[in-house]
Design a protein around this ligand. Structure first.
Ligand code: CMP
Length: 405
């Protein structure tokens, strides 16, 4: 079902693009991002400063005003996002109300709502320390702007089996250390190790090495051996999840120079007719790469390992026959993947360019799974193979037709 397209629909679409990063490098989008990031940082700094009595006494009013301004902007931002939700390609088939409700339930929107919560609470209850905590939640709004943070949820979800195994190993080590210590020293130190809960607290402290002054030092030789083994087990228990998360984190950061959003992928003409589920899949497999002007992205004669979509910027294709320019929305690097021959041309960025990169295997799978896309890409590749590259600077060859709609 089409959603309402009243007189405000154009404006709504525009605001949606600005807020949801439909176009990378677009000045309005960037300005909005910077403004919101600065306000989040300013608000958090003001909240922290306000807890210092001297500062609160001298600058209290100014800090309060700053907080009010920040919160007002966040409120406008929230309302704007909710209002434009029906423009979200994933939600277009819903009624405006259901699209907005669904959008409001997404994790980032829940964070945005939590960021506004203190405003409501402050109106209902007098100031207290808990309020400070709720105000600091605003810091989480930055998740929207950090590719690494934005992917951490996905990371935990994808590594959940490995992480669950770590939890089980930890509990196993805890029980084993507690039970042996209870058996060996339970009667020697009944006040500290006399029952399993006490022994488990001891074991947990040893495993995490948080033992403070009240942690029972083992009194028997066997007890000391158990304590030493427990400490070593503890290192393993913590090193394992750190390694799992660390590796995944590193790979994600390397994969993504910027956050790939749904709106960004939906705007690529090649994917214009895809349904929402297919676009969600693409968001997960596309890598994001930003290259400065002058970077050679593809070298003639090399083996093809990926196809590139231009999210913003401009590249120049150069072969023996001449050169052509490809712009935002067009793609390149498909010929070597389809023909399994070496790259047919050298492609260089002539502006700072944001690329969405589809690895060869993902590309071949996509072409197989979505024959329409396969046909479009093949048609463009064929045309490019036949078309001699011209020297026209503004002209694009074999890129626009069939892909832009
Ligand atoms: P590939 O051969 O994998 O690597 C170089 C890329 O340049 C090629 O894929 C095409 O995507 C692109 N290319 C080659 N010839 C042309 C052309 N005539 N017009 C536009 N792009 C081209």
């Amino acid at each position: 079902m089409e959603t309402e397209r009243g007189p405000g629909a154009g404006l709504r679409q525009r605001i949606f693009e600005v807020l949801e990063h439909g176009r990378r490098r677009e000045p309005a989008s960037r300005a909005a991002d910077w403004l919101l990031v600065l306000l989040v940082l300013a608000d958090v700094a003001a909240t922290v400063a306000y807890t210092v009595p001297d500062i609160a006494a001298s600058q209290g009013a100014a800090l309060q005003l700053l907080d009010r301004i920040c919160v007002s902007v966040f409120a406008v931002e929230y309302v704007g996002r909710i209002w434009t939700a029906p423009e979200h390609p994933l939600l277009r088939r819903r009624t405006p109300l259901s699209a907005r409700l669904r959008f409001a339930a997404t994790p980032l929107m829940v964070i945005d709502a939590l960021a506004l919560l203190p405003l409501v609470l402050e109106l209902l209850f007098p100031r207290n320390e808990l309020m400070l905590l709720t105000r600091l939640v605003r810091f989480l709004k930055l998740a929207r702007y950090s590719p690494a943070l934005a992917t951490i949820g996905r990371l935990i979800a994808s590594e959940r089996r490995a992480l669950l195994a770590c939890v089980i190993i930890f509990i196993g080590a805890l029980l084993a250390a507690a039970a042996t210590m209870y058996a060996v020293e339970g009667s020697v130190q009944p006040d500290k190790l006399g029952d399993m809960p006490k022994a488990m607290w001891w074991a947990a402290s040893m495993l995490a090495k948080i033992g403070g002054g009240d942690l029972a030092p083992p009194l028997t030789t066997l007890g000391r051996i158990i304590a030493a083994i427990t400490v070593m087990l503890g290192i393993g228990c913590f090193a394992l999840p750190v390694a799992i998360i660390g590796r995944g984190f590193y790979e994600e950061i390397r994969r993504r120079d910027f956050v790939v959003t749904f709106a960004m992928v939906a705007r690529v003409p090649l994917f214009a007719r895809l349904d929402a589920a297919a676009i969600v899949d693409l968001v997960a497999i596309l890598r994001a790469r930003t290259v400065p002007s002058g970077t050679t992205i593809i070298r003639k004669g090399e083996r093809g390992d990926a196809m590139y979509l231009i999210a913003s910027g401009r590249v120049q294709v150069e072969s023996a026959a001449g050169s052509a320019v490809l712009e935002e929305g067009e793609f390149f690097g498909e010929m070597a993947l389809l023909s399994r021959e070496p790259r047919s041309a050298t492609v260089t960025a002539v502006r700072p360019t944001d690329l969405l990169v589809l690895d060869a295997n993902d590309f071949l799978r996509l072409v197989e799974r979505l024959p329409d896309i396969g046909a479009k890409v093949r048609a463009v590749a064929k045309e490019r193979r036949l078309a001699p590259v011209t020297n026209a600077t503004g002209g694009t060859l074999g890129g626009n037709d069939g892909t832009r709609q």
